[in-house]
Write a protein that binds this ligand. Structure first.
Ligand SMILES: [Fe+2]
Ligand SMILES: [Fe+2]
Length: 198
């Protein structure tokens, strides 16, 4: 299926969700970048392009709502909040979105929900769609940071697991360089990949 056809289908099926999505122009570009790259990588790694595009389209649904609103939503949806998430509540936007979509019957597919939930930090033992969205979120064409070009080039020709590990590594190294606290989920994801091996 072509990307334009997928997008037309999503516009029709998710009209209400899309009309209620509050995102800035900058974020809109990021979503476009994610959608395009998800579609391309789904083909490269033989994953369902519709699912990949749908996950990309809605992964940042709550990215720009106020922190207080995210926490309120999390409480109302009975989302379990870890110590790390309590300290950095912005990272909850994926988990809250996945739970919101599921609780309201908008999205039921467990792979899509898992990908949306873990797109920011990664997670040990997640499936291929989640790995794809984690990679895409970090290196889509509108992302700008030191080393992003090199990372994009580096994943060319790599398997999905190899690419996922490369992005996890960069995330961890970058956090260390900036003297930031490492997210346990990201370390867990990296350790898991090291343990299962390639
Ligand atoms: Fe996000
Ligand atoms: Fe994102």
């Amino acid at each position: 299926m072509q990307l334009t056809k997928i997008l037309i289908r999503i516009d029709k099926e998710y009209e209400k969700l899309l009309s209620e999505m509050k995102i800035s122009d900058k974020r809109k570009s990021h979503i476009v970048g994610c959608v395009e790259m998800s579609f391309a990588l789904a083909q490269r790694y033989d994953l369902d392009p519709y699912k990949a595009v749908l996950a990309a389209k809605f992964h940042d649904y709550f990215r720009e709502v106020d922190i207080s609103e995210i926490i309120e939503l999390a409480k109302n949806l009975n989302v379990t909040i870890s110590d790390f998430e309590l300290r950095f509540p912005r990272v909850l936007h994926g988990k809250v979105a996945a739970t919101y979509f599921s609780a309201n019957g908008y999205i039921e597919d467990s792979e899509i929900l898992e990908a949306i939930e873990h797109h920011t930090l990664g997670e040990a033992g997640v499936g291929n769609l989640s790995k794809l969205l984690f990679i895409v979120d970090a290196i889509e064409k509108f992302r700008i940071y030191d080393g992003v070009e090199a990372l994009r080039t580096e994943i060319e020709g790599k398997s999905l697991d190899e690419a996922y590990i490369l992005v996890l590594k960069r995330t961890i190294i970058d956090m260390i360089r900036k003297n930031k606290i490492l997210a346990p989920a990201t370390i867990g994801a990296y350790n898991y990949m090291m343990e299962v091996g390639l």
